[in-house]
Design a protein around this ligand. Structure first.
Ligand code: SF4
Length: 377
C-alpha cells in the first residue's frame, strides 16, 4: 500500500475566515425548554405540510430531529440511504438535517428540487481536508488509477471521481474494482481506506484525511474498558484508527452497527462512533445497554468528545426557521453537478444491483458485467 505523508488539516470555514470546532460548538443551538420543544415540533410539522417538504436526517443529529423525520414521513438513515431516499421521494423540497456534503449530494441527485439545510456552515473535517484543487492535482499525478471518493467530499471532488462510496458499500465496490484488476486512488479518509485495503488486498493510494470524531477513539483505553465489561460486544465504525478497529466484534457503517445491536445475542455494547447514533440504537434494541467508547486517556486531545460539532449545529429552532423563510438553500454549479452525478449514480446502481441479486461480496465483486466501462479518470 502506498501512503502519503501525513498532513495537517486546517478546518477552514467555507465562506469566511477560519473555522474550528470551538466556533462550531459556539454556533450549536441552545436546548429548548420542554414547552418550546413541543411548540417547535408542531410548527415544523405544519410547515413541512404547507411547504410540501420532507425531512431527511442523519443518525448523528439531535434525537428530536431524527424522531420528527420518522413521524412526518421522512427518513433517518446513513448517507447512502439519505441520498437514495431524497432522490426517489416526490417532495419538491428536501430539508437535510446533517452536514453540507449531504445537502450537496441531494442537490446533485435532484437538481430540480429545492434543498434546504438548518445551517449551511455545518461541514465535515473530511470534506475540509480534501480541497478540490489539491485533489485534482493528485489525480492528475496518478492517471492509471480509478478514483474512488467517500461521500464526505465536496461536489467538485465528486466531479473528479469515477466512483463515490459510503461506508456501507465502500468495501463491496473496492472489492469489485480489485477483481477487475483496477488500481485505486482513494480519498479522503485514511482509516477507512486502510481498513478496506486490508480487507480486499486492493492496490490503494490513500489521501490522508480523517474524521475528527472517530480519530479521537483510543485503542489502549478501549482495551481497558473491554476488560471491565468482558460480556460487552464492541461495535466500531471504520473511520476509527486501526488499533480501535482491531478490537471490534463488528466493523460497519452506522446502519450496519444498528442492525448488529439489534440482532446480536448480547445485552451490552461498547460503541465507537458518533454518540448521536445511540438514540436510534436504544430505540431499535430496547433493554440493551450501550457504553460510549473512550475518547479520553493519556493521549487524548478530545476535540469532539464523540460527537460531531457540525452535526450538532442542526436544531429544532433553525430547522423551523429555514422552513418558514425558505433560506439556507443549497446550490451546486450545474456543470459540476452533472460531472459529480456519474460517480454517485454508479454507487446507487451498484447498491441496487447488490440488493436485487442478494449476492455476497465475493460473488458480486466478480460480476464482470457490472460497470465494466469504469476506468481511470
Ligand atoms: S462525524 Fe466525522 S465524518 Fe461525520 S460529518 Fe462529522 S467530521 Fe465528518
Amino acid at each position: 500500500m502506498n501512503i502519503l505523508p501525513i498532513k495537517t488539516i486546517e478546518y477552514e470555514h467555507p465562506q469566511a475566515g477560519l473555522s474550528c470546532t470551538a466556533q462550531a460548538w459556539a454556533r450549536t443551538p441552545a436546548a429548548p425548554s420542554a414547552a418550546e420543544k413541543t411548540a417547535l415540533k408542531e410548527r415544523i410539522k405544519r410547515l413541512l405540510k404547507e411547504r410540501e417538504a420532507v425531512l431527511v436526517a442523519h443518525y448523528y443529529v439531535d434525537g428530536d430531529l431524527q424522531d420528527l423525520a420518522e413521524e412526518t414521513g421522512g427518513c433517518v438513515s446513513d448517507s447512502l440511504e439519505m441520498a437514495r431516499f431524497g432522490r426517489d421521494h416526490p417532495a419538491k423540497t428536501l430539508v437535510v438535517a446533517g452536514v453540507r456534503f449531504m445537502g450537496e449530494t441531494a442537490k446533485i441527485l435532484s437538481p430540480e428540487k429545492r434543498i434546504l439545510m438548518p445551517d449551511l456552515d455545518a461541514t465535515c473535517s473530511l470534506d475540509l481536508g480534501c480541497p478540490a484543487d489539491e485533489f485534482s492535482a493528485f489525480c492528475d499525478a496518478h492517471p492509471d488509477r480509478t478514483v474512488v471518493v467517500y461521500a464526505n467530499t465536496s461536489a467538485a471532488v465528486k466531479a473528479r471521481a469515477d466512483w463515490m462510496v459510503t461506508s456501507s458499500i465502500g468495501l463491496d465496490i473496492v472489492a469489485h474494482l480489485h477483481a477487475q484488476g483496477k488500481k485505486i486512488l482513494w480519498a479522503p479518509d485514511k482509516h477507512l481506506g486502510s481498513y478496506i485495503q486490508k480487507q480486499t488486498g486492493a492496490d490503494m493510494l490513500l489521501w490522508q484525511g480523517s474524521c475528527l470524531v472517530h480519530d479521537e477513539f483510543k485503542g489502549v483505553e478501549l482495551d481497558l474498558l473491554k476488560a471491565e465489561h468482558p460480556e460487552a460486544r464492541v461495535l466500531v465504525h471504520p473511520e476509527s484508527p486501526a488499533n480501535v478497529v482491531a478490537l471490534a466484534d463488528v466493523v460497519g457503517s452506522t446502519t450496519q452497527l444498528i442492525n448488529a445491536a439489534q440482532t446480536m445475542d448480547a445485552t451490552t455494547f461498547i460503541v465507537a462512533t458518533d454518540n448521536g447514533i445511540l438514540h436510534k440504537m436504544r430505540a431499535a434494541a430496547p433493554g440493551k445497554h450501550f457504553i460510549e467508547a473512550p475518547t479520553a486517556g493519556n493521549s487524548a486531545t478530545c476535540k469532539s468528545c464523540a460527537h460531531c460539532p457540525w452535526m450538532a449545529m442542526n436544531g429544532l429552532q433553525n430547522l423551523a426557521d429555514v422552513l418558514e423563510s425558505g433560506s439556507n438553500e443549497i446550490h451546486v454549479d450545474p456543470q459540476v453537478g452533472k460531472e459529480a452525478v456519474r460517480a454517485i449514480d454508479r454507487m446507487l446502481d451498484f447498491a441496487a444491483a447488490k440488493k436485487a441479486k442478494a449476492l455476497p461480496t465475493s460473488a458480486l465483486a466478480n460480476e464482470a458485467t457490472l460497470f465494466s466501462g469504469v476506468g481511470p479518470a
